[in-house]
Design a protein around this ligand. Structure first.
Ligand code: ADP
Length: 164
């Protein structure tokens, strides 16, 4: 049986904390789908095509060992998981604040679909403080994001900052 995992997120933009979770999730599943949320309810810095493109770049090193798909999705994450045959949902946990949010979402998801198990991977201590929101703020204020994102994402963030 093929174990399919879904790692959903906004990835606006993808950063080293996300990439670390991907690198660990590929050890747990046969196929990993990166679900890039289309309607996030938040205002995005990067449009969907850009978010998909940078996620594609980030997963490239892991394709050698595991089948990886990057797929935009809209609507309920559990429905998307069912559509793609994912039995495992991967989420990253940074802090107690993440836990409270993830706990309530997972409790609801369990009622929506009992066949999907959510697996939480604790953030690597080196990446505990990294959040897309903070990375964007730092870049817009002229700070150095080298330690938080890939060189390609850094270049894209700097271009956004320069165009504002
Ligand atoms: P969302 O918009 O669903 O919060 P994000 O793109 O911000 O999505 O994050 C996707 C997933 O990655 C979430 O499970 C989030 O907790 C996790 N995550 C975010 N930042 C980190 C980090 N620094 N280390 C580990 N996991 C993280």
């Amino acid at each position: 049986m093929t174990r399919v995992g879904l790692y959903p997120g906004s990835f606006d933009p993808i950063h080293n904390g996300h990439t670390d979770i991907i690198g660990r999730a590929v050890k747990l599943v046969d196929k990993l789908v990166l679900g890039v949320a289309i309607d996030t309810g938040k205002s995005m810095m990067f449009d969907l095509d850009e978010r998909v493109a940078i996620v594609e770049e980030a997963v490239a090193p892991f394709r050698a060992t595991t089948e990886i798909l990057v797929q935009p999705y809209a609507g309920l994450t559990t429905l998307f998981a069912r559509q793609i045959g994912a039995g495992i949902m991967v989420r990253g946990l940074r802090a107690v604040s993440d836990f409270e949010f993830e706990f309530s979402i997972t409790a609801m998801n369990q009622q929506l679909d009992r066949n999907i198990e959510t697996v939480f991977l604790m953030a690597d201590p080196r990446h505990l403080a990294i959040a897309s929101k903070l990375v964007k703020e730092i870049a817009m204020l002229g700070g150095d994001v080298t330690n938080f994102v890939s060189p390609s994402v850094k270049a894209r963030l700097m271009a956004k900052a320069a165009s504002c």
